[in-house]
Structure formats: structure tokens, C-alpha cells
Design a binder for this molecule. Structure first.
Ligand code: PLP
Length: 424
């Protein structure tokens, strides 16, 4: 049998670090990544035939569960009609309409191929519209890997303990200002936009404090800057209308990704009609993509959104609640100092006494405890992300029986971890 270790060794010969996205490499938790052979519903199977309850869910891209029949059918049907044309399709119109119908601030929508492209495009649009250069981002928020946005990013940047990235010139970040999350910065009139994760989900899970998002809206309005919500995780996961519906704050631009592709590569940027009008071919801001609005990805995205009605969000939220409470009980029962914050359908795990409100707080998580828990869970057939700053994703496939398994494994795993990491 070809093992995970065999594949990882082969992978490392042809792929840097053996992976196509850094956090998959297990660098921060140690060990060899499992190579996925297939997945169905809440489970993934590795190439050695081991089954795991999957709480990674493609870092949030999957919400219906793996290989959901409606997505598979849509993908197969679309692929049979051709996989890319270089001409517009009805599917793109239907997906843009579906987004606008759910998120009214998105009067116009442009489809791209990833979340990174969506935020990158949002910045260019904001700069083109305002004629200003500076942008403001928040420490610990992750907006993909474009040059201007990598500074003090969460996700893999946090996991690897990096301040940013080599290969990014000083010039590329000269106009990027970094502010602490959950504090409304005082803006100057050279700021084109403020970009924010309305619920931060790449430094563990950090909720916006009351007034933060409203304060950003007011401060942007005061100086004529645009407010950009990065809803790549929260969009169509937190609620049908995303974080902006939940908090009642209307951004000028919104970036989407993950859920809107039903597990295929897609992203979108949407917003005010007058702002979006700067985009080529209407306006002077250039943006393009050979595979933008890809027919297979749009079909998968439409199938995902169609399945996500009000009842679906209630169900996912009920499951997230049970998961969060169960994990907290497991950690408390074992004597581990932990906080399991939850916002709607999103769950975080923080190994410290205080629920974090910013990146400094988030970084106080005990990564050693996370590492130990990660392996103790994996041995018991439960997969969480191999990085302490990711959230724990559940979805429509994680029914009560699956959660029973997860929580039983968590109880055992927490006791094992507590034995090797006694409270100070
Ligand atoms: C994942 C993520 C991105 C980047 O999306 P990719 O599709 O990985 O490029 C951007 N913003 C947030 C909030 C994300 O979680």
C-alpha cells in the first residue's frame, strides 16, 4: 500500500514543502499530513483507508458536506456541457443575481476565481474610485495572499509566526496601515478603504465588539473612504446575508469566496453600482480572468446557495452550538484552560483564560496544547485544521450522531492532553 508518508515524500520532490497551501504541511503541529483519497458527508478517508470526521471542510468552502449529491449532479451536468468558453454564460448571471438577492449591498457583482482575487480586486476598485492610495487593514485579519494585504495576516502567516512575507517589496506595503482589531481607527483623507473581516476567523474566532463595525462605517463616511467587508468565510456561512445581515452594517464593497463555489475555485467582489462602475469595460480599473465565472464553478455555487435556506442555517447553528458547548465541557472536564467562542455557525478554540478580542489576545493561545490536541484527535478519527489560528468548521453533514463521536473523542483527547500539559 502507498502510505501517507510515501505520498508526502514523493510530493516533497515535486511540490515545495509537499503542499500547495502552507498550512496543510503540518509544520506547526508536526508529523506527516494525511493524503485524502475521497470524502463523503462529514468524513474524509486517507490513502491508507483511515476515516476521519472532517472539521476542516476545506477551510470553510464546504458547508453541505463532502460530495453532496446536489453539487455532484450540478458539476457533472455542467462539465458535460464544456468546462470553459471565454464567453459569457447564463450561469454567471444567475449566480450574480443569487448573491445580490441575498446581500443587497452587492448591487453589482464580478466573479473571480479565489478569495485572494476578490480582495485584491476590491482594493483596486476602492483606489480607482477614490483616487486615493492608502488602505487600512486589521492585525490578524487574513485577506488572501496579495502583496498589499499579507502584512500581519492571520491564518498560515500566524501559524508560521511570520510578520508578513519575503518577496513583498516595501513599496507594495507602503500604503498599507495596520490597526488593532476591534478599535475604530481615526482615518485621514488619504485612505481609499478600510478592509475588515466582520467576524475575524483567521486568528481563531474573534467577534466584533458592539459598535466596532458601526464605528468603521461612520469613520469611513466621515473621510470619504470605502468600507470593504471580507466575507470570504462569513459570506453564506454565518447567515443567508452574511455578517452584514447579522450586524446590520452595509459595506460599500464585499469580497466572497469559499462557500459561493460549493467547493470549486471561485470568488466574487460585489458592491455599490457607482463604485463597481469603475471596473473595465465600463471604467478605467482593469481586472480580468480566463476562468472567471467558470461554468462548472458557477453551477456548483448555485447548487450550494440553493440548498442554504433559513432552515439550513438554523440547523448548522444548532450544530455549531452543540459543538462549541461540548468542546468547552470536554476542556473544562479535563482541566484544560480553554475558551471556545462561537458566533452563529462559527466556532473557535482558544487555549487561554480569556476570549480574545484582537490579535495580541489571539496569539496568547497555547500552541503546544493545540498541537497535542490536534494529534490526540487525529488518532481518534477527528480532523481539525493543523494550525492553531483556524476555526472549527461544521456543516449540514455533521448530524447528532457525528457530533456524538466528535465529542466523545474530544473528551478522551482533552484528558490525554491535560495529562501531558498540566495547568501552570
Ligand atoms: C480564505 C480567505 C481568503 C482567501 O481566499 P482564497 O480563496 O484562499 O484565496 C480571504 N479572506 C478570508 C477572510 C479568508 O478566510
Amino acid at each position: 500500500m502507498t502510505t501517507n508518508a510515501d505520498w508526502f515524500e514523493r510530493a516533497a520532490q515535486v511540490i515545495p514543502g509537499g503542499v500547495n497551501s502552507p498550512v496543510r504541511a503540518f509544520r506547526s503541529v508536526g508529523g506527516t499530513p494525511y493524503f485524502v483519497a475521497r470524502a463523503e458527508g462529514p468524513h474524509v478517508w486517507d490513502v491508507e483507508g483511515r476515516r476521519y470526521v472532517d472539521l476542516v471542510q476545506s477551510y470553510g468552502a464546504v458547508i453541505l458536506g463532502h460530495a453532496a449529491p446536489e453539487i455532484v449532479e450540478a458539476v457533472v451536468a455542467a462539465a458535460g456541457r464544456g468546462t470553459s468558453y471565454g464567453a459569457p454564460t447564463a450561469g454567471e448571471v444567475l449566480l450574480a443575481e443569487a448573491i445580490r438577492e441575498r446581500v443587497p449591498s452587492c448591487e453589482q457583482v464580478r466573479l473571480v476565481s479565489s478569495g485572494t482575487e476578490a480582495t485584491m480586486t476590491a482594493l483596486r476598485v476602492a483606489r480607482g474610485f477614490t483616487g486615493r492610495s492608502r488602505i487600512v487593514k486589521f492585525a490578524g485579519n487574513y485577506h488572501g495572499h496579495s502583496d498589499a494585504l499579507l502584512v500581519e495576516g492571520g491564518s498560515g502567516i500566524a501559524t508560521l509566526g511570520l510578520p508578513g512575507s519575503a518577496g513583498v517589496t516595501d513599496g507594495a506595503v507602503a500604503d498599507t496601515l495596520v490597526a488593532p482589531y476591534n478599535v475604530v481607527p481615526t482615518l485621514t483623507e488619504d485612505v481609499a478603504c478600510v478592509i475588515v473581516e466582520p467576524v475575524a476567523a483567521n486568528m481563531g474566532l474573534v467577534a466584533p465588539v458592539p459598535g466596532f463595525l458601526e464605528g468603521l462605517r461612520a469613520e469611513c463616511d466621515r473621510v470619504g473612504a470605502l468600507l470593504v467587508f471580507d466575507e470570504v468565510i462569513t459570506g453564506f456561512r454565518l447567515a443567508r446575508g452574511g455578517a452584514q445581515a447579522r450586524y446590520g452594517v452595509r459595506p460599500d464593497l464585499t469580497a466572497f469566496g469559499k462557500v459561493i463555489g460549493g467547493g470549486l475555485p471561485i470568488g466574487a467582489v460585489g458592491g455599490r453600482r457607482d463604485v463597481m462602475a469603475v471596473l473595465a469595460p465600463l471604467g478605467p480599473v482593469y481586472q480580468a480572468g480566463t476562468l472567471s465565472g467558470n461554468p462548472v464553478a458557477t453551477a456548483a455555487g448555485l447548487a450550494a446557495l440553493a440548498a442554504l435556506d433559513a432552515a439550513a442555517y438554523e440547523l448548522v447553528e444548532a450544530r455549531a452550538t452543540r459543538l462549541a458547548e461540548g468542546l468547552q465541557d470536554a476542556f473544562d472536564g479535563a482541566g484544560l484552560t480553554a475558551r471556545v467562542p462561537r458566533v452563529g455557525t462559527l466556532v473557535g478554540v482558544h487555549f487561554g483564560p480569556e476570549v480574545p478580542v484582537d490579535y495580541d489576545g489571539a496569539r496568547r493561545t497555547d500552541e503546544g496544547v493545540y498541537r497535542a490536541l490536534f494529534h490526540a484527535l487525529l488518532e481518534r478519527g477527528v480532523a481539525i485544521a493543523p494550525g492553531a489560528y483556524e476555526v472549527v468548521f461544521c456543516g449540514l453533514a455533521h448530524d447528532d450522531e457525528v457530533l456524538d463521536t466528535v465529542l466523545a473523542a474530544s473528551g478522551e483527547a482533552a484528558r490525554v492532553v491535560a495529562a501531558s500539559h498540566p495547568a501552570p
